[in-house]
Design a protein around this ligand. Structure first.
Ligand SMILES: Nc1ncnc2c1ncn2[C@@H]1O[C@H](COP(=O)(O)OP(=O)(O)O)[C@@H](O)[C@H]1O
Ligand SMILES: N[C@@H](CCC(=O)OP(=O)(O)O)C(=O)O
Length: 373
């Protein structure tokens, strides 16, 4: 049994190129993908939300463009291959999930999209909407525009960033290996299996060689880096073998796996991040009604804001204070300072008229808000 997976509401599954692309033919391994689609459908039927992070565009595109199948093509070739392969990759997911009545939506991200707050918030909002609509986002790195210096290059860390961005409870890394060992088991016969890593120490990091498969790029090193990102963001991570049909069902039945449990929930980790680690760049003064609403766990509407100080951009952290100057909360602003000033004191209905576009109804959403006073 896997109680952590059973308890999860939002699950991210990372699929490496080595699993999805048949090494001999350079094509999608259909039986495997069809079985994975069964996994996704079962999770969906259990009411969970599923996000897939899938590699494979470069491996698939190499065949389409008749590039050599060996590893390490030049960056331009890899980018061209990704452009040709991504269509097939996304199409393969559409085909596999269609019989289950599940819609697929593609999102291609660069590291910047997960780092720059404005883009991060937009990507996050899109993800949330897709999940609300019960679609399955299929995410990959935007390899055609990402240059070498700014690329993730591996989808392990991309998957971890996506997991934190989406507030996922569990990230499942499907690999060619069933978990973490004390050393690379493919070369060290004395390597012992580790079922759980409560803390990622230097000793754990030292266990990971740099061995890489023919078509994958990650190795164990990037999986440990991914675990750090996920766990810090409140998302538990698990590495298990994807070399079986329906690997998630296998995990649920107790297949071997290494867990990296998160101490906090995604929401708690996020709130801690908002409350503690960011330097507020602005200040919103609110009236008594808005102060009460915040205490009741509601969002901050522009109507309750009486003054705005400082200069901040959409997505920046702002302090929310009462008329007497006491800090009540901190949160991420849905609008930059200039726009916030224009809608301050106004009813949310008027936002479209004032700004000329239909933005968010709230100045700080309750998910982005933490009470500090
Ligand atoms: N300590 C370790 N425990 C498990 N695997 C390890 C370890 N050190 C190195 N490896 C290697 O990492 C490989 C997994 O990485 P990789 O093949 O790149 O996965 P993926 O394609 O799923 O990203 C394993 O096959 C194994 O050879
Ligand atoms: N994003 C690229 C490559 C990323 C990749 O292979 O990552 P991984 O599966 O973690 O080794 C692709 O789709 O081909």
């Amino acid at each position: 049994m896997s109680p952590r997976l059973d308890a999860a509401q939002r699950v991210v599954i990372k699929i490496g190129s080595a699993l999805l692309v048949d090494k001999a033919t350079g094509e999608v391994n259909r039986p495997w993908l069809d079985a994975l689609a069964g996994d996704v459908a079962r999770l969906h039927a259990a009411g969970k939300e599923v996000i897939l992070v899938s590699s494979g565009s470069i491996a698939l595109g190499r065949r389409v463009l008749k590039l050599p199948r060996t590893r390490g093509p030049r960056l331009e070739e890899a980018q061209a291959a990704a452009a040709a392969g991504q269509i097939r990759l996304a199409g393969a997911y559409v085909d596999a999930l269609k019989p289950h009545g599940i819609s697929v939506a593609q999102i291609l991200l660069t590291p910047e999209d997960t780092e720059r707050r404005r883009r991060y918030l937009n990507a996050r909002a899109t993800l949330q909407t897709l999940l609300k609509l019960r679609a399955v986002p299929v995410i990959n790195e935007n390899d055609t525009v990402a240059t070498q210096e700014i690329r993730f290059g591996d989808n392990d860390r991309l998957a971890a960033r996506v997991s934190v961005m989406a507030g996922a409870d569990v990230l499942v890394l499907l690999s060619d290996i069933d978990g973490l060992y004390t050393a690379d088991p493919t070369t060290d016969p004395l390597a012992r299996f580790i079922p759980e890593v409560p803390e990622i120490t230097a000793e754990i990091e030292a266990m990971c060689g740099t061995t890489r498969t023919d078509v994958g790029t990650g190795g164990m090193v990037t999986k440990i880096m991914a675990a750090r990102i996920a766990v810090a963001g409140g998302c538990s991570m698990v590495i298990t073998s994807g070399k079986v049909l329906a690997p998630v069902a296998a995990l649920q039945r107790g297949a071997r796996a290494t867990w990296f449990p998160a101490a906090k929930s995604p929401a708690a980790a996020r709130k801690q991040w908002i409350a503690g680690t960011l330097k507020p760049t602005g200040r919103l003064v609110v009236d008594a009604g808005a102060a009460r609403a915040l205490k009741d766990g509601r969002s901050l509407l522009p109507a309750g804001v009486t003054a705005i100080e400082g200069s901040f951009e959409k997505g920046d952290t702002v302090v929310i204070a009462d008329a007497a100057g006491h800090e009540l909360a901190r949160g991420l602003a849905s609008y930059g300072a200039d726009e916030a000033r224009r809608i301050q004191g106004r009813n949310s209905r008027d936002i479209e008229v004032v700004l000329g576009y239909r933005g968010r109804d709230v100045l700080v959403h309750r998910d982005d808000l933490v009470l500090t006073g």
